[in-house]
Design a binder for this molecule. Sequence first.
Ligand SMILES: O=C(O)CCC(=O)C(=O)O
Length: 232
Amino acid sequence: MELNQFQNDGVIVFKNLIDGKKIEVIQLEIAKIRDLVMKKISKMDRPLKNYSDIAERQLGRLDYRCGFTADIFNVIAQPIIDIVNSLSPHVDFRHYWGAIPSLASSGPTDLHRDIYPILNTTEGNDLDKLDLNLPPYYFTVLMPLVEITKLNGPTEFIKGSHKKMIAKENTERLYAPLLSPGDVVIFDGRTLHRGSANQSQDERLVAYITFVAKWYHDQTFEINDYLFPELL
Ligand SMILES: O=C(O)CCC(=O)C(=O)O
């Protein structure tokens, strides 16, 4: 059932997958990382340029991938690793953690896929047949650490777009699940999605795990320019 839904939509929500105690522990751990990050970047030019361990997609929409070393991150990842393996049993994955806080009043991101076309034969968000014929080889797993409401900016998805070479934003209905801490969203990296604007007065904090096939060249770490080498 879950497998069917995921294959059709390219995105699936698991309600209450992580218990409240564990959520509290990662909230505390990420707050420690956040303090270090905010202290350092408050003295820098913004939006930040792209580093291997931190990016600012636009002013106030950060993405950091450093400091996730506490054991709780392994504990929480384990059941998710099992789900990912069941969704794509023929692919061998590695994974890494990150967090995407969008600060109060930050704008939306562009609609995008998390993967690039393997053969580099298409432009923009378009994919080639080859990209669609592969089994899922890239998953993004979102874990909200605050309530996600219409106001603070749910992630919006075009269901089924992971199976389309060309998917036009304005012809499709966007799916924007409202979520609570403990819920988990898993989507195929080919699924078109975007972060919507945070129109609230509070930070919208979402942790994530990226799962990539071991053969996939993830360009995230290619830059080899770390702002927080001490958190590696
Ligand atoms: O911030 C969001 O809701 C979107 C996150 C996103 O675009 C991504 O994980 O690639």
